[in-house]
Design a protein around this ligand. Structure first.
Ligand code: CP
Ligand code: NVA
Length: 308
């Protein structure tokens, strides 16, 4: 029997396990593209709990589970007892007796951790205020597909030091690359909240052009994340000089990739011509949510699979 493992933040897996997942992703994606049936999760059930909205995360987990031969059940706070104050610990006991895997999108990371401590089955972070590990799993796979190994490379993060940024910073420690971060004053990285071991894998820049300079990958995200909507107007003012536009992308390496986890706001954090431009791989990134999460679910349920 496979030992119980959760995926609550990026550092929950080792560099070697990521190498395995990227290899499995390639194999699973390739088979899927050839319409070859692969059902390692036949008769297995995934429960997906959403306390925030989603398009990509829900779709990629639900379609992915179906394509691996299993079933997925969608629950949201509004229509379940979770929204009426049933303790997370009780919900975890009950839900995990009825399924093989749980994915949760919620607010505080602490809620996810409490759930996982009372769960009999693996729990996956589908986004919290602090982290979004499934997104960076897909992003790094996308980088590898286009440019090869990310080790030693430089990623420029322009904008808010949010859940996606924190996860890039953790990934840099695990996979040994560098992140150049530029946030407006007052929105800087909080290393403890980001769950970092140190400061050796990132550097902060007051000017976003300096962060972008010579980067291998330039990436950004919305100025206002889910749960912070009350700050929207203030953030629009504070972030106006942190838009990734063509000039900023020109400061990066010529072959630099542009990524955005989506949904994007053209004219705010990214200019339309960057989104649609030749360096942008945003649609590959979105598609790879499907393939990487299939490899992740296979790993959490069955452990390592032999190659091929
Ligand atoms: N990138 C991402 O997680 O998208 P959704 O919010 O649509 O799931
Ligand atoms: N930082 C964004 C990511 C959405 C996928 C949010 O948390 O809303």
């Amino acid at each position: 029997m496979t030992a119980l493992r959760h995926y609550l933040q990026f550092r929950d897996l080792t560099r070697e396990e990521y190498a395995h997942l990227f290899e499995r992703t390639r194999w699973i994606k390739d088979r899927f593209k050839r319409y070859e049936r692969y059902w390692p999760l036949e008769d297995r059930t995934l429960v997906m709990i959403f306390e925030k909205q989603s398009t990509r995360t829900r779709l990629s987990f639900e379609a992915g589970m179906h394509q691996l031969g299993g079933a997925a059940i969608y629950l949201n706070t509004r229509d379940s007892q979770l929204g009426r104050g049933e303790p997370v610990e009780d919900a975890a006991q009950v839900i995990s007796r009825m399924c093989d895997l749980v994915m949760i999108r919620t607010y505080e990371q602490e809620v996810l951790e409490r759930f996982s401590r009372h769960s009999r089955v693996p729990v996956i972070n589908g986004l919290t205020n602090e982290y979004h590990p499934c997104q960076i799993l897909a992003d790094i796979h996308t980088f590898i597909e286009h440019r090869g190994d990310i080790r030693g490379k430089t990623v420029a993060w322009i904008g808010d030091s949010n859940n996606v940024c924190n996860t890039w910073l953790q990934a840099a420690e695990v996979l040994d690359f560098n992140v150049h971060v530029s946030t407006p004053p007052g929105y800087e990285v909080e290393p403890e909240r980001a769950g970092l071991y140190g400061t050796s894998h990132y550097e902060e820049f007051a000017d976003p052009m300096d962060a972008a300079r010579d980067a291998d990958l330039v990436t950004t995200d919305v100025w206002t994340s889910m749960g912070f909507e009350a700050e929207n107007e203030e953030r629009k003012r504070d972030f106006e000089d942190w838009q990734v536009d063509a000039e900023m992308l020109r400061a990066a390496k010529k072959e630099a990739l542009f990524m955005h986890c989506l949904p994007a706001h053209r004219g705010e954090e990214v200019a339309a011509d960057v989104m649609e431009g030749p360096n942008s791989v945003v649609w590959d990134e979105a598609e790879n949510r499907l393939h990487t999460q299939k490899a992740l679910m296979e790993f959490l349920i069955h452990g390592r699979q032999a190659p091929g």
